[in-house]
Design a protein around this ligand. Structure first.
Ligand SMILES: [Zn+2]
Length: 199
């Protein structure tokens, strides 16, 4: 239901574009913003602009960063001989939340999907191979979402890495088929990483 207020309708329309936000929630958020004191709307807009202006992709792993290297790549306490390959930045957040992994990451930016027109060249696979060829990597842990495309991408990458001197592992039990890592509870992700298997 629209109240036929164009500026409010526009805000609802923009909020409804966010993932996981349906029209009803968008309306509730829009009314909240509208009714909040002046400061909040400004702070919200500033935060949106600020994050767009101040972040870029880490030049090594393609995580979000405010510097050339993200905070994980730049952290000397992390084990840089382990690279965990994930589909998206939200997966890094999910795995970090499990506190089970102390290596670094590589964010592909998607999975191979012929139906959606995504081929290996559209993902950061060549960059991953370059990192491995650069030396220092002992293990590549494939932690892609449990979908047909995720599965196909894991097989593709493990084939590309087959003749390189690295151990290739994949997350194990507990992550159900068809599930997205960001929605799996932290304990399950932690267990799946701890009990990863060699490919
Ligand atoms: Zn990084």
């Amino acid at each position: 239901m629209s109240l036929n207020i164009p500026s409010l309708d526009e805000l609802v329309k923009q909020l409804a574009r966010l993932p996981g936000i349906g029209r009803k929630t968008a309306q509730r958020l829009a009314i909240f913003i509208l009714k909040s004191n002046d400061g909040y709307a400004d702070e919200l807009v500033d935060a949106v602009i600020h994050v767009k202006e101040n972040t870029r992709l880490c030049k090594q792993c393609f995580n979000i960063s405010e510097h050339e290297l993200c905070s994980i790549c730049a952290d000397g306490r992390r084990d840089s001989s382990k690279i965990c390959v994930v589909e998206d930045i939200v997966d890094v957040m999910a795995i970090e939340g499990s506190r089970e992994y102390n290596g670094i990451y590589h964010i592909l930016g998607g999975v191979i999907s012929p139906l959606a027109g995504v081929s290996p060249g559209d993902l950061k696979i060549a960059e991953l191979l370059d990192r491995v060829d650069g030396g220092g990597t002992k293990e590549v842990l494939l932690a892609l979402n449990m979908s047909t495309e995720g599965e196909a991408t894991m097989i593709y990458i493990s084939n590309m890495l087959k003749n390189k001197p690295v151990e290739i592992t994949r997350i194990a039990h507990g992550v159900p088929m068809g599930s997205h890592l960001e929605f799996v509870d932290q304990m399950t992700i932690g267990r799946a990483i701890a009990s990863r298997q060699k490919i």
